[in-house]
Write a new protein. Structure first.
Length: 244
């Protein structure tokens, strides 16, 4: 895979018009976009068509979490919409994850295409040891919980997980190098101090060196004065790190 197959830009904008403007500015540079809850709930499936019509792929970040039947039916819908990647909470359980994977594969076979890559969400990076213990009743290191949920996702037949770049090594060690690690929390050195809420960050080069398969980058590109130039800088850094 080239760097441009591995860079996913987060389209964190409120609506279709803003998404279209950002896609225009990144045309020819970025080929994979993440659509999150805000944009999807505002624009609906049209935003997926908008991205796909420009020849780019969609990671639909809706973090599905419900009973297996409901999630499987939703996975079928997402498969028909042609998303390349989507995610489900690993804490929804093995049956839920298996159902999603089976439904997506069934639709892909029916449509004669590749099934979407399905990722497990392990522990939200907004949770720390204390808040995780509050939720689960078990006091243990976040990384331990991440690895346990990643193993569950692998056993259920998912393609990989979303995790912090700092957790990639532990996930790969537990689940194998072929199990994908998709990492947000990426901050190029030149974007440092963009005064935002990401804490445990790594540069694109360091995330690639840590073994991340796909990098999700939002504000360092989308909030840059020249997003196309920012994306080229990130891509160059990723390419250099992949060759190293
Ligand atoms: O702007 P920024 O580069 O921080 O965007 C990162 C994207 O990845 C956002 O859409 C954010 O919601 C998402 N994300 C994250 N941390 C996670 C999971 C998703 O930052 N653990």
């Amino acid at each position: 895979m080239t760097a441009s197959d591995r860079l996913i830009v987060a389209l964190d904008v409120p609506g279709l018009a803003e998404a279209g403007r950002l896609l225009d500015r990144l045309a020819g540079e970025v080929r994979f976009f993440k659509v999150g809850m805000e944009l999807y709930n505002s624009a609906g499936p049209s935003v997926i068509e908008l991205v796909r019509a420009r020849g780019a792929r969609v990671f639909l970040d809706l973090k599905l979490h419900d009973i297996p039947h409901t999630v499987a039916r939703t996975a079928e819908v997402l498969g028909r919409l042609g998303v390349a990647m989507f995610n489900v909470h690993a804490s929804g359980g093995v049956e839920m994850m298996r159902g999603a994977a089976a439904a997506a594969s069934r639709v892909a076979a029916e449509m004669g295409g590749e099934p979407p890559l399905i990722l497990g969400v392990t522990v939200l990076t907004s949770l720390d040891r204390g808040s995780l213990a509050e939720v689960t009743g078990a006091d243990r290191a976040v990384e331990q919980a991440v690895v346990q949920l990643a193993r569950l996702a692998r056993d259920a037949g998912l393609t990989g997980v979303v995790c912090s770049p700092w957790e990639v090594a532990a996930v790969k060690q537990a689940c194998g190098t072929g199990f994908l690690a998709v990492t947000p929390g990426v901050r190029p050195a030149w974007a440092a101090g963009s005064g935002d809420d990401q804490r445990r960050v790594l540069t694109p080069a360091a995330a690639i060196a840590a073994g991340a398969d796909y990098l999700v980058v939002g504000r360092p590109i989308t909030a840059a004065a020249d997003p196309a130039r920012a994306s080229r800088l990130v891509l160059r850094e990723m390419e250099e790190a992949s060759r190293a």
